[in-house]
Design a protein around this ligand. Structure first.
Ligand code: GCO
Length: 440
């Protein structure tokens, strides 16, 4: 055959493969002008909540993060929202939103500041906080690890060493024993993929390493840590509901006609989303067996924020604006608002066959000019999914109030309440009022 005939055949095959991929994996886009965002239907037993994490709000924690902040010269969390001292009035804020649920995390470094040293007062304070929430009719969801842990644990290698898992399990059992008579919903770990990729590949989280091998090892060990703790806590109290919070980022090829972009999409989707899902559905991740992982989730927490348009040259940092489609609105975090991805995320989690709790969703928006629309779009998508029969039980908005946004410090504001860090005055934003109205 002539060379150009071969070329034509190759071109036809390329087009066919791309067309199949485009049809098989559509990038949904809704024409939001055609949608009535006021039309929301939620069952009466749907759970409405807000979420926070200890290191982002408590202030003056001494942990892997505070160490990293000072060593790396990034913004220091310092007093944060001084929530450790202001928790009671902060719970007034939670209550006045009308939510019945509050997700927050326990700071391991407060409970066990040194190996073998347990701080009963700190545990007592968390216990008082739970009583206080319950007295207000607010049900707590407790996260046991939200990116932060004691310095002594970090110095032993943290979750890089499988042999360290028992330290974390001891802490979890201690907290669970003290609180599970009043707390039903437990979230073991927050975003194993973000924790490992940011900390061991992108160097933006502690310990700031750059190694793919370590990233995969940590991700696997954190999942194993979840599995270990799931089984030990369930043995203590079978009626507890235990899951973890999974960040789902939807990956889409930047150019849908480019097979290299598709290839990148599949690889990143596996590393970020697929590997962890496969641990719980197949009992394997990255080709390794994860014993007893199957059946170790009573629910899956979904933290959803955006989709990423990828190519082999995707920036390896979060300091730049990521690509967006021309019609999409950019958020202050530098990624687009893409509410359509919430349904795609729920679909990705479907093989787990467990109820979904939306444990985080929100937007960095200092002027509160985008948040009302952002909130309504995402709630509209949930309302539509509920009509389609998806088993979604709750929505926890991220976040109750502005707080320390990790590598971004205080520059990004995610709160339904604005926080003035000088005076610690909290002020309800318009979007907070909208959320309250919707809940009512
Ligand atoms: C995460 C965390 C939160 C963030 C939030 C906004 O996803 O990184 O769970 O702690 O603050 O997602 O980025």
């Amino acid at each position: 055959m002539l060379w150009w005939a071969w070329l034509l055949i190759a071109l036809a095959v390329y087009c066919l493969i791309t067309a199949i991929l485009c049809l098989r994996f559509p990038e949904t886009h809704i024409d939001w002008n055609q949608v009535n965002l006021e039309e929301l239907t939620f069952p009466t037993d749907f759970s409405w909540g807000v979420a926070t994490a200890s290191h982002q709000i408590e202030g003056h924690n001494q942990n892997n993060w505070s160490k990293f902040e000072s060593e790396r010269g990034i913004e220091v969390s310092g007093a944060a929202c001084n929530h450790w001292n202001r928790w009671e009035t902060d719970f007034d804020l939670v209550e006045s939103l009308g939510v019945g649920h509050y997700r927050f995390s326990i700071e391991w470094s407060r409970i066990q500041p040194q190996e073998g040293e347990w701080n009963e007062d700190a545990l007592q304070q968390y216990s008082k906080m739970i009583d206080n929430l319950l007295a207000r009719g607010i049900e707590p969801m407790v996260t046991l690890h939200h990116f932060s842990h004691p310095i002594w644990f970090e110095e032993k290698g943290g979750f890089l060493n499988q042999s360290n898992i028992h330290f974390w399990a001891d802490y979890c059992e201690r907290v669970f024993t003290a609180l599970s008579d009043r707390v039903t919903n437990w979230c073991t770990v927050n975003e194993p993929e973000v924790f490992s990729i940011m900390g061991y590949h992108m160097k933006l989280f502690p310990p700031g390493k750059g190694s793919i091998r370590k990233t995969i090892r940590v991700m696997k060990n954190v999942v194993m840590a979840h599995v270990t703790v799931y089984h030990s806590l369930k043995a203590l109290r079978p009626e507890a509901r235990i899951g973890l919070a999974k960040n789902i980022t939807i990956f889409d090829p930047l150019h849908r006609w480019n097979l290299l972009h598709w290839l990148t999409t599949f690889i990143l989707n596996y590393i970020w989303n697929g590997a962890i899902i496969s641990a719980f559905t197949k009992g394997r991740m990255f080709g390794r067996r994860i014993p007893k992982a199957k059946g170790s989730l009573d629910y899956i927490g979904l933290n959803y924020y955006t989709h990423a348009l990828v190519s082999p040259f995707i920036p390896q940092t979060i300091e730049v604006d990521l690509p967006k489609r021309p019609h999409e609105i950019m958020t202050e975090f530098g990624y687009p608002m893409y509410a359509e991805g919430l349904q795609r995320s729920v679909e990705l989690l479907k093989p787990l066959k467990v109820p979904i709790e939306i444990t985080e969703n929100g937007v960095a928006d200092s002027e509160d000019s985008l948040r009302p629309e952002h909130l309504k779009r995402h709630l509209w998508v949930i309302s539509e999914m509920l009509k389609q029969g998806f088993d979604i039980r709750s929505y926890y908005h991220w976040s109750l109030m502005d707080n320390f946004e990790w590598a971004e410090g205080y520059s990004l504001r995610f709160g339904l309440y604005h926080v003035d860090y000088e005076t610690q005055v909290r002020t309800l934003r318009k979007s907070g009022e909208i959320y309250r109205k919707i809940i009512n």
